[in-house]
Design a binder for this molecule. Structure first.
Ligand SMILES: *Cc1c(COP(=O)(O)O)cnc(C)c1O
Length: 417
């Protein structure tokens, strides 16, 4: 096995918050235990299950009318579309990690995004959204919402003055992602929050790529933060889910949509997500450390023309990332110069899997031009830097030196092999 030393292209990471409290792994486990303790069923001697039971039940039985009355008044469980202990426990964990008053869990990231946006707009309102959003979010904004009289303007969210200029009197929401796909751009959330506040608009942030460990958008002034739980939060690629975090009043508006549209997370999904999230900090720490090493190595590898990673000084948002993110994340993209070279490297990878997701324990490759950005016109792709030779890597938990060996052998495999 070879040994790699990171090239001197990465700045030191900002130090962890002062050691005033427990570390990230401890915080995650404590959040899970606290969320669990509130719901567990005490047994005869006061013992509780160590792991929260899966409450896979549509409804709840009442011993009498008084008990049913309590549930009807919102002081007990009624029906699992409206509330379920396992689902609420998962949501509480994420609220705790994000520093929000509360959270709601959804059947998918898209259900979370739809409910968050629908909670803020009515016909005639406008949304101001970042260029380069997750593809299905873009479809929601351009394909579905206009049918109901809600139009969206798009803007380079990494240019706060452009965002200010793009606001219109009817703009109610600014919608951005903490780290974009695949070029890992990082908008200045505190500045966008100030712009939104001055305009009396909500700032809604898709925090999927950053995880609550690297960014807590509410602390930067966001109104709502949301995730696809299908990615880092659950981490094992075995479920589809979403979550929205926010203050009580903002979340109540989202809850009204959830209750009616019905995109709640299923209890079994929540139980799996609770299992996955226990190792969130451990996974992310490993993944970020590996991503830094890989980015630094690829940046110095002949045949690679460009590496997009916020930890590199050459990245356009390097300085913003140092303020907004606790670490530069575990997503990166790099250009191998041509369509043929990209497809060859994609094919030749052995450890890195070829799956259309991210944030899993396995490292995953996508080739944006072939998949996520297939429908984007070539001129538009080139303008936004989504070149034919670009590959996106979601760094997993494999040993970093093995990953680097795999990437280099895949890159250097002779054409036609
Ligand atoms: C995957 C993803 C979504 C959509 O989430 P689903 O769980 O697939 O519905 C939204 N935003 C980002 C950034 C994602 O990566």
């Amino acid at each position: 096995m070879m040994h790699y030393t990171p090239a001197m292209v990465l700045d030191e990471l900002p130090p962890e918050r002062p050691p005033a409290g427990p570390g990230a792994c401890t915080r995650v486990l404590t959040a899970v235990h606290e969320a669990t303790a509130g719901f567990a069923v005490p047994a005869a001697g006061g013992e509780r299950p160590h792991i929260l039971p899966l409450v896979q039940s549509a409804a709840f039985d009442y011993p009498d009318a008084a008990s049913a009355d309590l549930a009807a008044r919102g002081q007990g469980y009624l029906y699992s579309r409206v509330g379920n202990p396992t689902v609420e426990a998962f949501a509480r964990v994420i609220a705790e990690l994000e520093g929000g008053a509360g959270a709601l869990a959804f059947a998918s990231g898209m259900a979370a995004i739809s409910a968050a946006l629908l909670s803020r707009v009515r016909a005639g309102d406008r949304i101001l959204a970042a260029d380069g959003l997750y593809g299905t979010s873009h479809e929601l904004l351009t394909g579905l919402l206009p049918r109901y009289g809600v139009e969206t303007d798009f803007v380079d969210a990494c240019d706060p003055s452009a965002v200010e200029r793009a606001l219109r009197p009817t703009t109610r929401v600014i919608y951005v992602e903490t780290i974009t796909n695949p070029l890992v751009r990082v908008p200045d959330l505190p500045r966008l929050a100030a712009v939104a506040r001055a305009h009396d608009a909500a700032l809604i942030v898709d925090n999927t790529f950053a995880t609550p460990l690297l960014c807590r958008p509410l602390e930067h002034g966001a109104t709502l933060s949301l995730h696809s739980a299908s990615k880092y939060l659950s981490g094992h690629g075995d479920l589809i889910g979403g979550v929205v975090v926010g203050g009580d009043a903002d979340l109540a508006r989202v809850g009204e949509v959830l209750k009616i549209v019905g995109g709640m997370m299923d209890p079994f999904c929540a139980w799996l997500a609770l299992r996955g999230v226990r190792t969130l900090a451990l996974r992310v720490e490993r993944q970020v450390a590996s991503a830094q090493l890989i980015a630094a190595t690829l940046a110095e590898t002949p045949g690679i023309t460009r590496v997009a990673y916020p930890g590199l000084r050459a990245h356009p948002d390097h300085e913003v990332a140092q303020r907004v993110l606790r670490a530069p994340g575990a997503m990166l993209a790099f250009d191998v110069g041509s369509l043929a070279a990209a497809r060859r490297m994609y094919d030749r990878a052995r450890l890195v899997r070829r799956a259309a997701s991210l944030g899993e324990i396995d490292s995953l490759f996508t080739h944006p031009v072939s998949f996520s950005h297939r429908g984007v016109p070539a001129a538009e792709r080139e303008r936004t830097g989504i070149t034919e030779g670009l590959l996106r890597l979601s760094v997993g938990i494999e040993d970093p030196t093995d990953l680097i060996d795999d990437l280099l052998q895949a890159l250097n495999a002779a054409p036609g092999l």
